[in-house]
Ligand binder design. Structure first.
Ligand code: FES
Length: 161
């Protein structure tokens, strides 16, 4: 557990791949009904030996520090993975060097996985026909996202007017 905390702290000190990706080929968003946190992930694909692989990934998190640490690891280890390989990654694998998440934090890894699967078009319905999302705000895109197996929660902003 302590080792996890140390590694998470390390990842948070210098999180990788944070921010919106302007030229992304796909975007996915997931929200956790457990805690209300949200995470969005962008993917850019390239072709390697005739296979579509992830060139780079980035994320934005409106969530806890664990989700940020996991997303930082995940976006690094996604590089070079084929779409099929990325789809098969479990939340545990996405944590990379962080190792297994403590039980209380498992949903934080699932949030990252949810955003990734959503970006990969893993959720049914129209996600693959609208890979760019085209929504300028997270809240706007959430309204458009198919729910699939991911529980989407509304963003609580602009509530004070
Ligand atoms: Fe919600 Fe971590 S506590 S994602």
């Amino acid at each position: 557990m302590d080792e996890f905390e140390d590694k998470a702290r390390e990842a948070l000190a210098n999180p990788q791949n944070v921010g919106e990706m302007e030229d992304a080929d796909a975007v996915g968003t997931a929200g956790s009904a457990d805690c209300g946190d949200m995470l969005r992930m962008w993917l850019k694909f390239t072709e390697k030996d005739g296979t579509k692989v992830i060139d780079r990934a980035s994320f934005q998190s409106f969530g806890c520090q664990t989700a940020i640490a996991v997303a930082s690891m995940a976006t690094e280890l996604l590089k070079g993975k084929s779409v099929a390989e990325a789809r098969e990654l479990s939340p545990d694998e996405l944590t990379g060097e962080l190792g297994p998440l403590p039980p209380m934090k498992i949903h934080c890894g699932q949030l990252v996985e949810g955003a990734l699967q959503n970006a990969l078009g893993g959720a049914p319905a129209e996600s693959s026909s609208n890979p760019g999302g085209n929504a300028s705000t997270l809240a706007g895109s959430l309204a458009k996202q198919p729910t699939g197996g991911i529980r989407i929660v509304p963003l609580e902003e602009d509530e004070d007017h």
